[in-house]
Every structure is written in structure tokens, then in C-alpha cells.
Design a protein around this ligand. Structure first.
Ligand code: TA6
Length: 306
């Protein structure tokens, strides 16, 4: 299907005074939502949420000031969608990191007012380009609901005639005042793969703090995560559904410099907490089957326990 023009999208899907479609950075189409409960935005490039700010709290998501907004490149920050693999593709160094849907242009399907907020639904599917990288036939639907909470639902459907196994992640960048001062609660005693230490498997002791490059896959956990940012007087809770792994990432100083769409000192401004199903918790779908993974994010600026 030809990509839908921004004016046509706005005419067809906008809700006057609530949500519309505009040209965002790089001229990419984005849906902007503004209600008494929250403001937010999502690009059709990658179905990429780049902002969510409930009316009674500060912006919850980090967006790099150096992010690119162009075909073939992922937006740095917000909530990239990783599918059908996470990180580098096993056995193919030429394949795009984190799969290929975060750089595809998704189709806008609906903008609806619901009890939970304004729901923006977009979709993408396998085509001749994706089949070059991954032979399966699939359809993805992303439903992002902007309200007092940010609710993200990713539905994967096997539209082919053979089973397939995939990884998926809502690779969320959460805004913090200083990554070194935040505390992540909810993973005490959980086993994790430490990707900064030759993928050694370890056990989390107590709260997670960022004191160096941090890149961990927490295993067999559906536990909610509380991100406490005492310096910013900010607290974020991430609840998960149908997700059995949680990734925590911060690039620290050198990687922040090396990543040109991040830049020096940007590592201080975010912590990634990723609702996901990655190895060893990949998901298998038989033909016709669907799987829904969800993250429900809430934020409060008051009463942060130190
Ligand atoms: O989620 C952690 C991670 O896999 C890190 O290893 C790092 O590569 C990060 O994702 C960012 O990946 P990207 O391809 O967006 O630069």
C-alpha cells in the first residue's frame, strides 16, 4: 500500500481538538495527542512513541537531541519496537540491529477515544523487503494509548503457513535527571545475563543501580519495575503482560560518545527498561496464532521515596 499522505491521514483519522497527524522531524508523519489527561506523540516511522506526558507529571520518555529522523534509521529514544530479533541477528552481521520494523513506515489504522485515553493503532506486515531478512509472513499491530497511563500493546500474528519463532521488545528510554542516582526496584533475586561480562549469568542482589555500562537481560520475570529518580523527584512504574524477560540498559560514558545519535553526557539523561521476550524466552507462533505483549507505564512526581 502506498504510504498515506499526511493531509489524507489527518482528514481521515484526526479527532478535532484531541488528535491529529502532522509532519514531524524530518517530515515524518506523526500523530500528536493532546487531552486534559495527557499529551503524547507517535511517529508512523517504526510506530515509534516519542513522547508521553500525563497532565500531573513531567515527560516520561527520553528523546535524544541528536536523533536522526530518516528512512532506514531508528529514532534514538522514546520506545523503539524491536522485532523479529533482538540485538544483532544471529549468524548475519549485515542484518539491522533489533530487527527491521523500527525503521519501516507503518500504516495508521485508527485513532479512538477510550476510557483509558486516546488509542492510536498502527500496523505493518511482511513484504518482499522483510522476506530478504526473515522468510516468515507476519502482521504486527501496535496500539498506543495515551492517558493517565501509557499503555503499549504489540500484537504479532503468524499469517503464513509455517510456524515461526521471534523475539520482541518495547525498548523504552525513560527520562531521568541523573542515571547515576536512580534506583530500579523489582528485580531482587532475579537471574540475569550480563552482556557487559561475556553474557555471564548472575543473580541480582537488591536494587539495580547504574554505576557503569549496564546491559542486562533479566530472565523469567513478569515483575513490575519501579524506577525511582530522587534527584528528579520522579517515579515511573512499568507493569508487563505476556513478557518474560526485562532488559536494563545504559551505555555509560564512552558508548554515549560513540553513538553519534546520542552524544557525550546523554547517558545521564535516561535508563532503558525494556518489556520484551528475548532469548531464552523467544515466542513460537503456529500459523494463524497471535501473541499480545503489553507494557503499562505510570509516572508520578510526588512522594518519591528516597
Ligand atoms: O537494549 C540494549 C541493547 O541491546 C544494547 O546492547 C545496545 O545495543 C542498545 O540495545 C541500543 O541498540 P541500538 O541498535 O538502538 O543502538
Amino acid at each position: 500500500m502506498a504510504s498515506q499522505s499526511i493531509a489524507t491521514l489527518a482528514e481521515r483519522y484526526a479527532i478535532p481538538g484531541v488528535a491529529t497527524v502532522v509532519a514531524g522531524n524530518g517530515g515524518l508523519a506523526k500523530v500528536v495527542v493532546s487531552t486534559p489527561e495527557a499529551i503524547g506523540e507517535i511517529y508512523l516511522h517504526g510506530s515509534h512513541v516519542t513522547s508521553w506526558k500525563p497532565s500531573d507529571a513531567s515527560e516520561a520518555l527520553y528523546l535524544s537531541p541528536n536523533s536522526l529522523f530518516q528512512d532506514g534509521r531508528a529514532i534514538r529514544g522514546g520506545v523503539p519496537i524491536c522485532f523479529p530479533w533482538f540485538g544483532d541477528k544471529q549468524g548475519d552481521a549485515s542484518a539491522p540491529a533489533h530487527g527491521f520494523v523500527r525503521t519501516k513506515s507503518w500504516q495508521l489504522e485508527a485513532i479512538e477515544r477510550t476510557e483509558q485515553g486516546v488509542a492510536v493503532t498502527s500496523s505493518t506486515a511482511s513484504d518482499e523487503t522483510t522476506r530478504k531478512w526473515w522468510p516468515a509472513d507476519f502482521r504486527l499491530v501496535c496500539r498506543a494509548t495515551f492517558g493517565h497511563e501509557l499503555r503499549l500493546e504489540l500484537t504479532v500474528t503468524n499469517t503464513g503457513s509455517s510456524p515461526f519463532t521471534f523475539e520482541e521488545a518495547l525498548h523504552a528510554y525513560f527520562a531521568v535527571s541523573d542515571a547515576e542516582s536512580v534506583v530500579l526496584r523489582g528485580l531482587d533475586g532475579t537471574r540475569y545475563i550480563d552482556k557487559t561480562d561475556n553474557r555471564t549469568e548472575k543473580t541480582q542482589s537488591g536494587d539495580v543501580r547504574i554505576a557503569a555500562e549496564t546491559d542486562r537481560v533479566y530472565l523469567n520475570t513478569e515483575h513490575p519495575i519501579q524506577l525511582v529518580d530522587p534527584a528528579g523527584k520522579h517515579q515511573i512504574v512499568i507493569e508487563k503482560q505476556n513478557s518474560w524477560t526485562t532488559v536494563v540498559w545504559n551505555p555509560w560514558i564512552q558508548k554515549s560518545v560513540d553513538l553519534k545519535d546520542l552524544g557525550a553526557d546523554q547517558w545521564k539523561r535516561f535508563v532503558c527498561i525494556e518489556t520484551c521476550n528475548v532469548v531464552p524466552s523467544s515466542v513460537q507462533l503456529d500459523p494463524g496464532q497471535s501473541h499480545i505483549m503489553a507494557a503499562v507505564i505510570s509516572v508520578s512526581d510526588a512522594g518519591v521515596q528516597r
